[in-house]
Design a protein around this ligand. Structure first.
Ligand code: EPU
Length: 418
């Protein structure tokens, strides 16, 4: 298993090209199962999760071809069964449920099981499929959905933490081929859900209201093929912006969409970071002084849970006490103990982490846990004095395209150790 060795203290400077969004491309790849025609996706990031999703599509009978950042999928025939071995690698695989049900009227998809960042219930996915007329059972670790036909319905997809991203994706995908009109209330508004919706409309679906909490979908008989370019990854963009300011450097993002990053930009500005926008590029650098900030993670357009850990690493470098409250996933604080090994002072009170700044961090050997927690450790390691070694970086490879190379290009002293 690879690890990442970081010699801390080097400020990051320069431009970084933002890759396609992992959380947009995964459901879009899954959506290609809705049609027999060929779909061509561009700006697909080279990630372990993308490879896993392609394996899932292949296991279901689709043909996939990866050439550079283009993935071509043709799913002339599909099967209705997704095995645990593939699903356990990636929770996102649950988003094949809606399409299989829509196309085959039955789907058997393994439940992904436990997850480090918190419980991951599927009640809203189930509710969505049932609202379209399916019978859903959970048996032997599998979610089994069956319907004679899917019929448009009304559904309210608000859960205990608000809307669900992949639940909305599943509902939207199943409804595209249902008979009649479906209305999804309390739908997720994340840019990735909008991108999926745009892809679906480009293959012939009729979805209105994308980006709002109410989606209206008029079912069609069949869908065709299309080419689609995936949106840039707002979480990757935020990670490099934060890494730049945490290391007292200046990082310019190429290809990021500021309109997808409003909450992150706003909080960075509040903490004293200067954000400049010119000619399609976004530059982040420290202003005269930094301040503590308080953050609560919320569904979009609120502060994203996927940037909480990275922001916490930065907060160790802002003076005073900062409080982060995690409202989406109840145990998404696995990075705290590892940050403490670098010398960070963080205490957890219920859903909140209280971060004391400014801290002099010093390098140590660390264990990556989940994807975004690993990104936080990389940022903290780049700030810390001396050498930090992060083990199990396959977590990073799941969601960050060539992170070590991108950091090196920015002047980071990082080395992948086989
Ligand atoms: N929830 C329910 N019932 C459900 C589904 C979800 O109560 O049936 C709850 C969850 O427990 C959580 C909240 O709803 O409290 C939000 O979960 P959501 O369903 O939106 O998460 P997801 O769709 O499984 C996606 C991303 C995550 C990201 C979340 C929140 C993908 C592949 N994954 O997960 O990304 O954190 O939305 O924005 O799109 C990551 O990239 O590191 C990552 C974990």
């Amino acid at each position: 298993m690879d690890s990442l060795e970081i010699k801390g203290g080097a400020p990051l400077h320069g431009e970084v090209e933002i890759s396609g969004a992992k959380n947009a491309v995964l459901p879009i790849l899954a959506a290609t199962l809705l049609t027999r025609e060929t779909c061509v996706l561009r700006r697909v990031p080279d990630l372990a999760d993308v490879k896993t999703m392609c394996q899932i599509l292949e296991s279901l009978g689709a043909k996939t071809k990866i050439e550079g950042d283009t993935v071509t999928v043709r799913a002339e025939k599909v099967r209705d069964f997704v095995d645990y071995d593939l699903v356990r690698k990636m929770r996102g695989s649950l988003c094949v449920l809606g399409q299989l049900l829509a196309r085959l009227k039955k789907a058997t998809v393994s439940l992904p099981g436990g997850c480090l960042i918190g419980t991951r219930p599927v009640d809203l996915h189930r509710k969505a499929m049932e609202a379209l007329g399916a019978k859903v059972n959970i048996e032997n670790g599998y979610i089994i959905a069956k319907a004679r036909k899917l019929v448009g319905g009304e559904m309210f997809l608000g859960g205990r933490a608000g809307p669900t991203v992949l639940g909305t994706a599943n509902a939207m995908m199943a409804a595209t081929l249902a008979e009649g009109i479906t209305v999804i209330e309390h739908a997720a508004c994340e840019p990735e859900v909008v991108d999926l919706g745009k892809f679906l409309n480009s293959i012939g679906a009729q979805i209105q209201g994308l980006g709002s909490p109410t989606l209206t979908i008029t079912g069609v008989k069949e869908l065709g093929g299309a080419e689609h370019e995936v949106i840039p990854d707002r979480i990757e963009a935020a990670t490099y912006a934060i890494a730049g300011v945490a290391t007292k450097g200046e990082v310019t993002l190429k290809g990021a969409r500021p309109e997808h990053m409003k909450a992150v930009i706003e909080k960075l500005r509040e903490s004293g970071v200067k954000v400049e926008q010119s000619k399609g590029k976004l530059t982040f650098k420290r202003g005269r002084g930094l301040h503590s900030v308080h953050i609560t993670t919320l569904p979009h357009p609120g502060f994203p849970t996927d940037v909480q850990a990275q922001m916490m690493a930065f907060m160790t470098q802002t003076p005073g006490i900062s409080i982060i409250t995690e409202r989406i996933f109840e145990s998404r604080f696995t990075h705290v103990q590892e940050l403490e090994r670098l010398g960070a002072e963080i205490s957890i009170e219920g859903p909140s982490a209280i971060v004391h700044g400014v801290q002099n961090l010093s390098g140590a050997e660390l264990m990556a846990s989940d994807l975004r927690a690993s990104a936080a450790l990389v940022i903290a390691g780049m700030v810390a004095k001396g050498t930090t070694r992060i083990n199990r970086i396959y977590h990073l490879d799941r969601g960050y395209e060539r992170m070590d190379a991108k950091l090196k290009k920015l002047g980071g002293k990082v080395r992948r150790v086989k």
